[in-house]
Design a protein around this ligand. Structure first.
Ligand code: ATP
Ligand code: MG
Length: 242
């Protein structure tokens, strides 16, 4: 079982969204996925319960936040049933974050290109390194640029990237852009893959060019999510990831 944890003390940096996108893409490609929802807002748990209540498919198992001291035991109990465990963390430095990190194979740290989020991401890197030292085992980590402009890289993003590279901090080679379809996942309780049909139905009767534009937005979002998930799995499985 691979454990992938999303961490960043900065609230709203994209942890929950990036975790959900990864879970769906790995599930689509046939991996057995579990999500441990440690975000106090429990968005993923609510998403899954909402769908189950309506008899709609949930392609992974979602586990609610346990008592902090039961976290490691819960993670270890999933080994036989799960290929990929995705942990959505809260922003703070609660003890439960350290427990989750102690079982993590790859910590993904989402940030947009802004200098403010870069500082918070650096704090997340330090937290991973401190936990590594504590358990005397390396924990691989990578930054993920997310909520970025799909069309171009801002000067801020370029500068932040350069500084991280200077400090030998790994960066995922794929960015996850800011895209409207991603916000619909939680708003409408959908999977990304369901949006093609949904958007087509919503656009019934509209002109072809308007419909095509909306569908293209969905297919770009799906393509970006797929590339991103492949990059995460690659970072996880590549030898000597750090
Ligand atoms: N790639 C994206 N494209 C568009 N919107 C996004 C993207 N990532 C995140 N968002 C939006 O930004 C907001 C914050 O995202 P999210 O909840 O994923 O962050 P978080 O780090 O989990 O926050 P918290 O620290 O509160 O748990 C949400 O409204 C979400 O819809
Ligand atoms: Mg969250």
């Amino acid at each position: 079982m691979y454990v992938i944890t999303f961490a960043n003390p900065k609230g709203g940096s994209g942890k929950t969204t990036s975790a959900m996108l990864l879970a769906e893409q790995i599930a689509i490609s046939g991996g057995r996925v579990s999500i441990l929802d440690l975000d106090p807002n429990a968005n993923i748990l609510a998403w899954a319960e909402g769908r189950q209540a309506e008899g709609r498919e949930v392609p992974f198992v979602v586990h609610a936040r346990p008592q902090a001291e039961e976290t490691v035991e819960l993670i270890d109990s999933l080994v036989d049933s799960t290929d990929y465990l995705i942990i959505d963390l809260e922003g703070s430095k609660d003890q439960i974050v350290t427990f989750a990190l102690s079982r993590t194979d790859l910590c993904v740290i989402p940030l947009d290109g802004s200098p403010m989020e870069a500082r918070q991401a650096a704090a997340a890197v330090r937290l991973v390194q401190t936990t590594s030292n504590m358990i005397r085992t390396p924990i691989a980590f990578t930054l993920l640029f997310t909520r970025t402009n799909a069309a171009f890289q801002t000067t801020d993003e370029r500068d932040v990237r350069a500084e991280m590279e200077l400090n030998a901090i790994p960066i995922l080679p794929v960015r996850l852009a800011k895209r409207a379809p991603y916000t619909r996942i939680f708003r409408d309780g959908v999977l990304l893959a369901e949006l093609t049909e949904l958007v087509a139905a919503e656009h019934a009767g509209k002109t072809a060019s308007v419909t095509d534009k909306a569908l293209k937005q969905v297919s770009s979002a799906i393509g970006n999510a797929r590339d991103y998930a492949q990059a995460v799995v690659h970072a996880l499985t590549e030898e000597g990831a750090e």
